[in-house]
Design a protein around this ligand. Structure first.
Ligand SMILES: NC(=O)c1ccc[n+]([C@@H]2O[C@H](COP(=O)([O-])OP(=O)(O)OC[C@H]3O[C@@H](n4cnc5c(N)ncnc54)[C@H](OP(=O)(O)O)[C@@H]3O)[C@@H](O)[C@H]2O)c1
Length: 289
């Protein structure tokens, strides 16, 4: 049994809570900004109703064994307010967010040896009724090491596959190739079906190639086929699937444009690599208020 707190119970936090609750082994605390009336996750196998303690005030946070942060990247500072109470006994903090800068983002609040960055491979959308709709399976990638093994042990017996890798950098950048290219869907305000358009396919390939080039310069092992694979995956995805940044735009929330595309522009500049498509995406979405 472990005491696990989840900070940010939206699409990903909701699914992670359901997966952990399903093991029947953990005491789960859901840390939210507003009271959570109920938490329902809909999957192909049916509905999961999560029962857990819900806190809405960081001052109420008590020490747990593990913290999993699942807010958007732009809400890191707010999420960090929970950490003082939750980690008072030294709990590690797993960060379930996109991007390649988990460590830098949480450096002001979490010691590096206690931080566990995750690559999240779960497709889930928040529904109008407050439930989460999980499309497909759940997979988390974590860096090989003792904390990684402890993290994976939390999910033993759940429907979540936790994969350990020696080359976490490559896993993060591979995911960033998807996320940065996914911004075309945000710009067009159309779900994944838009990637079946021939003109979009060409732009998507070039956009993914910019990410591959910068990722390689940063030390990720990305071969030339990555861009094609990313675009093929998008074309094979369900036509009406919505990525989490499009969900933000449609809901009028801030967007993870810096974590998904801005980082490619910034690191591209550092390495002298031109990233015009990612730069354009950052500029255009920067005008959306
Ligand atoms: N959705 C996906 O399919 C998917 C897949 C892979 C990776 N990701 C990544 O996973 C991360 C989470 O995405 P998501 O889609 O789960 O986002 P989301 O649905 O917007 O959920 C984020 C949650 O964090 C909450 N939150 C924000 N600040 C908080 C605070 N100070 N205290 C407590 N809760 C707070 C939000 O509360 P409110 O409800 O009050 O706004 C929201 O419920 C992102 O980095 C995303 O890119 C998402």
């Amino acid at each position: 049994m472990a005491r696990v707190a989840i900070v940010g119970v939206g699409a990903i936090g909701g699914v992670i809570a359901a997966l952990l609750d399903g093991t029947g082994r953990h005491e789960i605390t859901l840390c939210t900004r507003r009271p959570l009336e109920e938490l329902t996750v809909k999957t192909a196998k049916g509905e999961v109703h999560v029962t857990a303690q819900n806190l809405t005030d960081p001052a109420q946070a008590r020490p747990v064994d593990w913290v999993i942060v699942a807010t958007k990247t732009y809400d890191a500072a707010g999420a960090a307010q929970w950490l003082r109470g939750l980690t008072a006994e030294g709990a590690p903090v797993a960060v379930a967010q996109n991007g390649v800068e988990h460590r830098q983002r949480f450096a002001p609040w979490v010691q590096q040896q206690s931080l566990v960055p995750l690559v999240v491979q779960i497709s889930v959308e928040r529904q109008a009724d407050g439930s989460m709709w999980q499309r497909g399976g759940a997979r988390l990638i974590v860096e090989e090491g003792s904390l990684g093994h402890d993290f994976a042990a939390l999910f033993r017996g759940s429907e979540c596959e936790v994969v350990m890798t020696e080359d976490f950098k490559t896993a993060m950048w591979r995911k960033l190739c998807e996320n940065s290219t996914g911004t075309l869907s945000v710009l067009t305000m159309k779900p994944f079906g838009v990637y079946r358009d021939e003109a979009i396919t060409h732009v998507a390939l070039d956009m993914a190639r910019e990410c591959v080039a910068v990722g390689r310069a940063e030390g990720a092992q990305l071969d030339d086929s990555v861009a094609e694979h990313v675009v093929e995956e998008f074309q094979e995805a369900m036509e009406d699937r919505i990525n989490s940044m499009l969900a933000d735009r449609l809901a009028g929330r801030p967007m993870e444009i810096d974590a998904r595309n801005g980082v490619i522009v910034r690191l591209g500049e550092k390495h002298g690599i031109a990233t015009p498509l990612n730069r354009m995406a950052v500029a255009l979405l920067g005008t959306v208020r």
